[in-house]
Design a protein around this ligand. Structure first.
Ligand code: 13P
Length: 250
């Protein structure tokens, strides 16, 4: 069933003490009656303690990345088994910062998706066009290709573990957000693209999150659109007050 989800991608922010402090604030402030699934993605080194701190709450924990191999000589990398062994069952893959700064390709991301699914993890799959793509009216093509190259080798049943996060690169960390109409237009296109390949059940059930400068003052309008099932939040996830306001907006 399609779920409402608000996930906070903390990126490379918050040390151990700050992580504990922010989580305590979220535990205290997120209303128990919210019908959204709330997820936080602290950095690798704070995942185990976050899982521990949140174990009697409904707040989930996600990693921000992982390596595609089971194990091996990959200095500095983290495997799916390492994540699940500390209780992390969700991973963000394909974030535009991984694609742009760390040169992750669609093929690499697809292999990370496979590894995550083999470990029964949920994948928050990020994709979205750059400003130049939108300016040249190529944004639908780009998004369709990222989806196809990253996920269309899967079986219909695998989609139970997939959450889509449409994040137009020009809206990330810029303060410039897609308008609710732009978000809806793209989310509808994404759902239609999934429908053509995997059928209506998969398309109706998959949650499609919007990410890119979601703030307390624009969240409600974006989330009100029928194909927007929640948000992947960067900057505003680092302040309890803002993140809680965004969770409440859904
Ligand atoms: P901002 O909310 O800071 O624009 O970041 C969005 C994002 O990249 C979430 O993954």
């Amino acid at each position: 069933m399609r779920k409402k989800i608000v996930a906070g991608n903390w990126k490379m922010h918050k040390n151990a003490a700050q992580t504990e402090e922010l989580l305590n604030e979220l535990i205290a402030k997120i209303p128990a009656e919210t019908d959204a699934q709330v997820i936080v993605a602290p950095t690798f080194v704070n995942l185990a303690s976050a899982v521990n701190q949140l174990k009697s709450t409904a707040i989930g924990v996600s990693a921000q990345n992982m390596h595609q191999a089971e194990s091996g000589a990959y200095t500095g990398e983290i495997s799916a088994d390492m994540l699940t062994s500390v209780g992390v069952k969700t991973v963000i893959l394909g974030h535009s910062e991984r694609r742009a700064i760390f040169h992750e390709t669609d093929a690499l991301i697809a292999s990370k998706v496979d590894t995550a699914l083999q470990h029964d993890m949920t994948v928050i799959f990020c994709f979205g066009e750059e400003l130049k793509d939108r300016q040249s009216q190529n944004h639908f093509n780009i998004v369709e290709n990222q989806l196809k190259d990253g996920l269309f080798h899967l079986q219909a049943k695998d989609w139970e573990k997939i959450v889509l996060a449409y994040e137009p690169v020009w809206a990330i960390g810029t303060g410039e957000t897609a308008s609710p109409e732009q978000a809806q237009e793209m989310h509808e296109f994404i759902r239609e693209t999934v429908r053509k390949a995997f059928g209506s059940d998969v398309a109706e059930d998959v949650s499609i999150l919007y990410g890119g400068s979601v703030k307390p003052d624009n969240a409600k309008e974006i989330f009100s659109k029928p194909d927007v099932d929640g948000g992947l939040i960067g900057g505003a996830a680092l302040k309890a007050e803002d993140f809680v306001a965004i969770v409440t907006a859904i």
